[in-house]
Design a protein around this ligand. Structure first.
Ligand code: S3P
Length: 451
């Protein structure tokens, strides 16, 4: 089932340093993690949910299509841009008539697996070449205890058929990897189970599932574990009731704009309304440790999530040592942090990056290649990345291969804005999965992309 919002054609770009600094005040699109969840959970609730600020990127549009195929009524108001979801309750989903195509989105595929495993019908999921290469065993393993049957390609890859069980037992699972997607899949399977579902995580990961399920009326408790990390418990069969949602700006998207402002001479840029959930802000902490001039103002709570405006002003950066325990709070930000580290003075070490190998691309290898091809020395020691900063404008001049990975493409573009020689990017089409309007937004602050 191919829909009309897949990146259709390759879109190469060569990026040069702009003549003047970047400046302006911008808003970035809605948070991707929260947007997926808002469509899925409102489809499981009874009644009508209005979603303000939904990310209209291709990944999230896939989730909207999937939830429609499963029986939710999802529309978008053309006048206000508000999304309206009419859910029919936990028992309200029906068997989809066709294969569910999750495009490039691991979050959509993993979270939906938890929902599908605990409903009494059969469904099949697929995705693009990148997603079909990513591991699904990490959700199939814990979800097998629901009594659902899974049939995947070798190595636990999509396409994946799931024959769900409408009366699953509650699961108890300790995460072997720090993954909010796996945690969420288990919790979502627990919605349809009688009794208490329990997930232990050795290191806390983003808690948008927990927050939003509570918002819809579920009982979700989080308690610290003596050995570190925490345990999350969910009472099954909650009465989920529709409630409106405001989606904050995505900190993972703001990251690209803010790092550009930190690196391009003469720049100062503010991004308004950025989500500041403490389990997402590791990049901003790390950049500040590098000496970055990042000022957070107007802090407030919107739709249950902390939000603020962030202003970045260009300035000298120095190397940083980022611990493995911080990785979950900035797991999507390492490519752009590596670009900042390449520009900094001295050596940076990012520890415990094993999860980067299974993102939209092997992001560890792709980030190393991004730096090396642009004249920056970088090493991988075990699961750590060591970047030898050039102490100023990056040499540049390379052709970056993005491997269907939106964050690689945006990192390469920001690198080009701060490099001595133009940087070429093989394909920018996948940027639309998470940051539609990226080029236009960057040009509104003076980037001159495609000029
Ligand atoms: C996400 C969790 C992270 C992150 C992804 C979004 C989520 O993945 O990389 O972009 O919304 O739960 P993992 O759970 O694989 O770490």
């Amino acid at each position: 089932m191919k829909t009309d919002h897949a990146p259709s054609s390759v879109c190469a770009l060569t990026v040069s340093a702009p003549r003047a600094g970047l400046s302006g005040h911008v808003n970035v699109p809605g948070d991707k993690s929260i947007s997926h969840r808002s469509l899925m959970f409102s489809a499981l609730a009874r009644g009508t949910t209005h979603i303000v600020g939904l990310l209209e990127g291709e990944d999230v549009l896939r989730t909207a299509d999937a939830m429609r195929a499963l029986g939710a009524d999802i529309t978008r108001s053309e006048t206000s841009g508000v999304w309206i979801v009419v859910g029919h309750g936990l028992d309200g989903l029906r068997e989809p008539a066709d294969v569910l195509d999750m495009g490039n989105s691991g979050t959509a595929a993993r979270l939906l697996s938890g929902i599908l495993a605990s409903h009494g019908f059969t469904s099949v999921m697929t995705g693009d070449a990148s997603l079909r290469g990513r591991p699904m065993k990490r959700v199939m393993d814990p979800l097998a205890a629901t009594g659902a049957t899974f049939l995947a390609r070798q190595g636990g890859r999509l396409p994946l058929a799931i024959a769900g069980n409408a009366n699953p037992p509650p699961l108890s699972y300790r995460l072997p990897v720090a993954s909010a997607q796996v945690k969420s899949a288990v919790l979502l399977a627990g919605l349809n189970a009688v009794g208490e579902t329990r997930v232990e995580e050795p290191v806390a990961t983003r808690d948008h599932t927990e927050n939003m399920l509570r918002h819809f009326g579920a009982s979700v408790q989080v308690a610290p574990l003596d050995a570190g990390g925490c345990v999350i418990t969910l009472q099954g069969r909650p009465d989920l009731v529709a409630r409106d949602i405001v989606v904050p700006g995505d900190p993972s998207s703001a990251a690209f704009v803010l790092v550009a402002a930190l690196l391009v001479p003469g720049s100062q840029v503010s991004v308004r309304g950025v989500g500041l959930n403490p389990l997402r802000t590791g990049l901003f902490i790390s950049l500040r440790e590098m000496g970055a001039n990042l000022v957070i103002s107007n802090e407030r709570v919107e739709g249950g999530e902390p939000v603020g405006d962030i202003t970045a002003t260009v300035g000298a950066l120095h190397g940083v040592d980022v611990s493995a325990t911080r990785a979950p709070s900035m797991i999507d930000e390492y490519p752009i942090l590596a670009v900042a580290a390449a520009h900094a003075t001295g050596q940076s070490r990012f520890r415990g990056l094993e999860e980067l190998r299974v993102k939209e691309s092997d992001r560890l290898a792709a980030t190393v290649a991004l730096l090396e091809v642009n004249g920056v020395r970088v090493e991988v020691v075990g699961d750590d990345m060591i970047v030898h900063g050039t102490g100023g404008a990056i040499p540049g001049g390379g052709l970056v291969r993005t491997h269907m990975d939106h964050r690689l493409a945006m990192s390469a573009i920001i690198m080009g804005l701060a490099a001595q020689k133009p940087v070429s990017v093989d394909d920018t089409a996948f940027i639309d999965t998470s940051f539609p309007g990226f080029t236009t937004l960057m040009n509104s602050i003076g980037a001159g992309l495609g000029a």
